[in-house]
Design a protein around this ligand. Structure first.
Ligand code: URP
Ligand code: ZN
Ligand code: ZN
Ligand code: ZN
Length: 471
């Protein structure tokens, strides 16, 4: 048993002084003030620390084959880095290869993820439509613990779906009680702009944001919402990066639609100037989609998060080292899209959000775990400090600072987008399954210790969980 003593528990609702007892089965056994330590228990002094649910990152790409290479953080190193930053579970994406069935792809990802050191689940990408996909979606929901599917409106000739495929998938997901998620960028427009830019001789990273302007995201977000209205299903939009998409979501919600939006901390912090560096490598390291935007979009994202119109934070953690980024040396469209971030999500959000006066500690908890647990239906286990929940806990020092650097991070990648940034708000200890796996600078992550977290379907299109999810 582990007794966390003297800390301040923070949930998405409130803050209170209580001790937290974690049992040997990896569950929270009690949350109570001034608890007696059971015989043989280990006592952790949490004086001056906040006791919060471990972070859930619902958007990662560990060892994902993408754009001719494979993301460099695998399920072990990536989840271990997450633990070092206070994140205790992830939801990663199963991406079927061309011609591979969804169910086979899910099995491939299950086996890749066996080495994970923290808990994980999967969204499964639907990249085309046929009877097999229709059938596999049912198998995945019924037998495999999957309750969400992913759709890419971008990445033409690779992962992109057309509206018809998306509609078929949404209708099927609705029948099964699963949630559809979407990468909203108009892939045809991106492809058109990429060709135009290349023809005009714009081959460097500075062309990347020009090929994916805000309107291209805004249009796709609005279209996804329209299609979700046609199919009468809820929708979760990943990596919202623009005012346009934020407004589309807020307007849909005002009309009573169940639409959720996810924000990546990097979009709150960086703007498009990162692509202007004269150092090619430096600029290429920020190539991700959607790209970093003109600064005014950040205000919309913060407004969305603080007003409750945007609901979760994730990282889209997708690491590529120098030699991989260099695949696009002469052509920006070949730079593997993706940036690292799982280790720093919580610190960045605390520093810029809580310390910056934009969100409260309770909202921080909602945005890093509780809302995600509700939206993806793992709320009975995750995202809460309550008896019976998983003992996934971060002991947070709200006033400690650290300077982020690739020299000290645990992510398996040769750079950090936040290099040199000093942040206040640090994960002191991270507890998973009642065990301290990050202990004030010492990482005790173990290969294979993470568990696959099955996620049950929602009862119906408008299940209790979804309707009560986030107001
Ligand atoms: O650039 C990104 N975001 N790479 C990962 C794939 C995706 O679009 O999420
Ligand atoms: Zn199965
Ligand atoms: Zn995406
Ligand atoms: Zn992604």
């Amino acid at each position: 048993m582990l007794l966390i003593k003297g800390g301040t528990v923070v949930t998405s609702e409130r803050r209170f002084r209580a001790d937290v007892l974690c049992d040997d089965g990896g569950k929270i056994a009690a949350v109570q003030a001034d608890m007696e330590a059971p015989t043989g228990s280990t006592i952790v002094d949490a004086d001056g620390l906040l006791v919060m649910p471990g972070g859930i990152d619902p958007h990662t790409h560990m060892e994902m084959p993408f754009m001719g290479t494979t993301a460099s953080d695998d399920f072990y190193t990536g989840t271990a880095a997450g633990l070092a930053g206070g994140t205790t579970s992830i939801i990663d994406f199963v991406i079927p290869e061309h011609g591979q069935s969804l169910h086979d792809a899910w099995k491939t990802w299950r086996s890749k993820a066996e080495k994970a050191s923290a808990d994980y689940g999967f969204h499964v990408a639907v990249t085309h439509w046929d009877d097999q996909v229709h059938q596999d979606m049912e198998t995945l929901v019924r037998d495999c613990g999957v309750n969400s599917f992913k759709h890419f409106m971008a990445y033409k000739n690779a992962l992109m779906v057309d509206d018809e495929t998306f509609l078929n998938s949404m209708r099927r997901a609705g029948e099964l009680g699963a949630l559809c998620t979407v990468h909203a960028e108009n892939g045809d427009a991106v492809s058109f702009l990429q060709e135009t830019l290349l023809k005009a001789g714009n081959t460097g990273p500075a062309a990347h944001p020009l090929s994916r302007p805000p309107s291209v995201e805004g249009e796709a977000a609005q279209r996804a919402i329209t299609l979700a209205t046609v199919s009468n299903t809820p929708l979760y939009i990943v990596h919202v990066s623009t005012r346009e998409a934020t407004e589309a979501i807020a307007n849909a919600r005002l009309r009573g639609l169940q639409v959720y939006g996810e924000v990546l901390p990097q979009h709150l912090v960086f703007d498009e100037s990162v692509y202007q560096s004269s150092d090619w490598l430096k600029a290429s390291r920020y190539v991700m989609s959607p790209p970093f935007r003109e600064k005014s979009h950040q205000q919309a994202l913060w407004g969305g998060l603080s007003s409750g119109q945007l609901h979760t934070t994730a990282t889209d953690h997708c690491c590529f080292c120098r030699s991989q980024k260099e695949m696009g040396l002469t052509n920006f469209t070949r730079i593997p899209n993706g940036v690292p971030g799982i280790e720093d999500r919580m610190s960045i959000l605390w520093h810029h959000g809580v310390v910056g006066g934009k969100i409260t500690p309770e909202q921080f908890v909602a945005l890093t775990s509780t809302n995600t647990a509700r939206i993806f239906n793992i709320h009975s286990r995750k995202g809460m400090i309550v008896e019976g929940a998983d003992a996934d806990i971060v002991l947070w020092d709200p006033s400690a600072s650290r300077t982020i650097s690739a020299a000290t991070h645990h992510q398996n990648v040769d750079y950090n987008i936040y290099e040199g940034m000093t942040v206040t708000g640090v994960a002191k200890k991270t507890i998973s399954q009642s065990r301290i796996l990050w202990d004030d600078g010492t990482l005790r992550a173990e290969r294979g210790q993470g568990r696959y977290v099955e996620r049950a379907p929602f009862k119906k299109k408008t299940s209790d969980s979804l309707t009560e999810a986030v107001s």
